[in-house]
Ligand binder design. Structure first.
Ligand SMILES: *[C@@H]1O[C@H](CO)[C@@H](O)[C@H](O)[C@H]1NC(C)=O
Length: 253
């Protein structure tokens, strides 16, 4: 009994030491700041610079953030997951000490707003209010120092492909991506094409190609920023129409 209490107390102390010791790049954690946006903004209007027209549909829930330019990387960060914790050492008054929240990058926080908090080279997260209040006390001053690290994304079900183009202009929104979550390169292939055709990032999570793929089964190949590649064969049946979303059987882990 006494031994287990001592073990418990010493492990709590140890955790304290580990957490207080986190600073800068230790264990992948880096320093930044966080604000929150849109107290009155409904989650379905969180579209933004990645083009996820409905974040629930895209599988992110409300734990989303607009990230500053150095993190956004011209849209490459769309879909990436981060753990964010309030830096209690710097802000004991407003930080919830041990709380951590996982958020997905779904938008861009442009420079010259929020009093320049998103200007380069700042690493800034403008978070949804529910996510922000998971790590900071109610009544806080609206900006907190945070520690951030990349984590892999856990997604329910497969990768989602939303067909958004028209005629021979194919724009495919890729969402609900597991693993590192951020897409480095993507290819498309029709059942009559017989070869992978590279797609280009048009904006955010939207990838385009200019080949006519109507009335064909569609397959996709994706390489994530962490280098993992998966192929998604015949995700889309030949009867597809623009506007539809299809989910793959397989998923990144
Ligand atoms: C199209 O996909 C279906 C299954 O989704 C498959 O049975 C069929 O063989 C495919 N057709 C071609 C031409 O690849």
């Amino acid at each position: 009994m006494e031994t287990s209490i001592i073990l418990f107390i010493s492990s709590v102390l140890f955790m304290g030491v580990v957490f207080e010791g986190i600073n800068g790049q230790v264990n992948g954690w880096f320093n930044g700041h966080a604000t929150f946006y849109g107290a009155n903004q409904s989650p379905s209007s969180l579209g933004g610079a990645c083009g996820y027209d409905n974040t629930f549909h895209a599988g992110f829930g409300t734990n989303t953030a607009a990230v500053s330019g150095v993190l956004f990387r011209g849209g490459e960060a769309c879909g990436a997951c981060y753990q964010v914790r309030c830096n209690y050492r710097l802000e004991p008054k407003w930080c919830l000490r041990r709380a951590v929240v996982t958020v997905t990058a779904t938008n861009f926080c442009p420079p010259n707003n929020n009093e320049g908090w998103c200007d380069p080279p700042r690493q800034h997260f403008d978070m949804s209010m529910p996510a922000f209040l998971r790590i900071a006390r109610q009544g806080n001053e609206g900006i907190i120092p945070v520690l951030i690290r990349r984590v892999s994304c856990r997604r329910r079900g497969g990768v989602h492909f939303t067909l958004k183009g028209e005629s021979n202009f194919n724009m495919v929104m890729i969402s609900n991506v597991g693993g590192s979550g951020d897409v480095k390169a993507a290819w498309i292939r029709g059942s009559k094409t017989r070869t992978w055709v590279p797609m280009h990032r048009n904006w955010g999570a939207n990838w385009q190609s200019s080949i006519d793929l109507r009335s064909q089964n569609l397959s996709f190949k994706i390489t994530l920023v962490d280098g993992k590649t998966l192929e998604f064969f015949n995700v889309v049946p030949s009867s597809w129409n623009f506007g539809q979303t299809f989910a793959s059987q397989n998923q990144f882990s």
